[in-house]
Ligand binder design. Structure first.
Ligand code: ADP
Ligand code: ASP
Ligand code: MG
Length: 413
């Protein structure tokens, strides 16, 4: 008998009607004789609503209290889905993260799963029940509720699949697979039948929110077969797989973009050893993660130093940078949050030179100025003005032959 973990995201459980659709889908899957464990997200928009609610009380609420609040979104959907399953004759057992005992560390709002107890779920399955688990949440050793970061239900699903040694983890969402780029930005995006873990990890970390980064990391580490499919249409979806089994090996697999970054610049910084550490040390001390870094060549013994951070950290980072600039006698600190990072991803790049040059040529053709560049073995990223995002993605998508034939056109719910 096979065991599948199904995960249904926010849009898939957005209202009672969709919850009933999901319940029927689970019952059909169960009727094939397989065991099914389900992970659900909060109804779409609910986590944002709860976050906003917290901010009406306090500008920066304590992350421990925030976790108690945010975890309620998923508690609602496990209850409603179990009711829908039972209404249609399928016994079900709801679980919050702490009831399963999904043990995490204590980093509230971005906790990592340490261990999952499977005893109770396995006993439910034996009794013919469907276990319905709240995604995105766990409990630390002290018994406090934790959450796993936005999009974290994907990680709950993959971690459960690993712990239960599931046949496959199926991420059901509002689009029928992983595409060459976000089909909301490029309607000509093509659905991929396969993508390697390495590429998916790169796409996710460069901004493709179709899967949370940690879920892909987890699946790669514990060898969990992972598939992205549509809740509302039939189909094979996209299999996240190891490189060896990939059939189609294109040069570029996809284009990712990230609107969540902001750029900070220190101008006229004295050019002497230790300056990078002096600038970035206080940023790290303020618990702000830095992504890209560029230091220009020196003129008149001074240099310009630019880096990017998450947009939510922009104001805090500028305050820190201003104070460092004063200390160092630098000319000016500034920030810009109207930037976006666009990246080409593909394992095929390893064996082909000139991808970056071709990318820059295409952007130049569209008169798009590149502010920063970074490359790795399987990706090239550029930072550009946000207003050029759609133009950049679409022109690169066409230039690198990623467009869909009609039978691969995007399908939404
Ligand atoms: P869920 O609520 O089910 O977790 P998400 O909104 O987190 O769904 O993820 C699905 C969305 O991811 C799609 O609607 C799509 O707009 C977006 N997305 C971004 N990049 C891609 C991509 N390369 N392929 C498919 N979807 C993508
Ligand atoms: N509800 C959480 C969020 O909106 C977790 C998830 O949906 O995966 O981020
Ligand atoms: Mg998601």
């Amino acid at each position: 008998m096979a065991l599948y973990v199904h995960k249904y995201g926010g849009t898939s459980v957005a209202d009672p009607e969709r919850i009933e659709t999901v319940a029927k889908k689970i019952i059909t899957a169960k009727s094939h004789g397989d065991d099914i464990v389900v992970v659900v997200s909060a109804m779409s928009g609910e986590t944002n609503r709860l976050t906003d609610l917290a901010h009406t009380i306090q500008a920066s609420p304590n992350s421990r209290e925030l976790d108690v609040l945010l975890s309620t979104g998923e508690q609602v959907t496990i209850a409603l889905l179990c009711m829908a399953l039972e209404k249609h004759g399928q016994p079900a057992q709801p679980y919050t993260g702490s009831q399963v005992r999904i043990i995490t560390d204590s980093s509230h709002c971005k906790a990592r799963i340490i261990e999952i107890e499977t005893k109770r779920i396995l006993s439910d399955l034996k009794q013919g029940k469907v276990a319905v688990v709240a995604g995105f949440q766990g409990v630390n050793e002290a018994g406090e509720i934790t959450t796993l970061g936005r999009g974290g239900s994907d990680t709950t699903a993959v971690a459960l699949a690993a712990a239960l040694k599931a046949t496959e983890c199926r991420i059901f969402t509002d689009v029928n697979g992983v595409y060459t780029t976000d089909p909301r930005v490029e309607p000509k995006a093509r659905k991929l039948s396969h993508i390697t873990f390495e590429e998916m990890l790169e796409m996710a970390s460069l901004g493709s929110k179709v899967l949370q980064i940690r879920s892909v990391e987890f699946a790669g580490k514990y060898n969990v077969p992972l598939r992205v499919l549509s809740t509302f249409t039939e189909g094979e979806g996209t299999l996240i797989t190891t490189e060896e089994t990939t059939v189609e090996q294109a040069l570029i697999s996809g284009i990712a973009f990230n609107r969540d970054e902001a750029q900070l610049t220190a101008k006229g910084v004295p050019d002497r050893p230790g300056i990078a550490a002096k600038i970035l040390g206080p940023i790290a001390d303020a618990n702000i993660e830095v992504d890209m870094i560029v230091q220009n060549t020196a003129e008149d013994n001074t240099t310009d130093f630019t880096f990017t951070v998450h947009r939510n950290d922009c104001i805090k980072a500028l305050e820190v940078l201003e104070s460092t600039c004063n200390e160092l006698g630098a000319r000016q600190a500034s920030s810009d949050d109207s930037i976006v990072k666009v990246s080409l991803v593909g394992v095929g790049m390893r064996s082909h030179a000139g991808i970056a040059a071709r990318m820059f040529r295409e952007l130049a053709k569209e008169n798009i100025n590149i502010r920063m560049i970074s490359t790795s073995e399987i990706k090239v990223s550029v930072v550009i003005d946000e207003k050029y995002l759609e133009l950049a993605v679409r022109s690169l998508h066409q230039a690198f032959d990623l467009e869909a034939t009609p039978e691969h056109a995007p399908v939404y719910c």
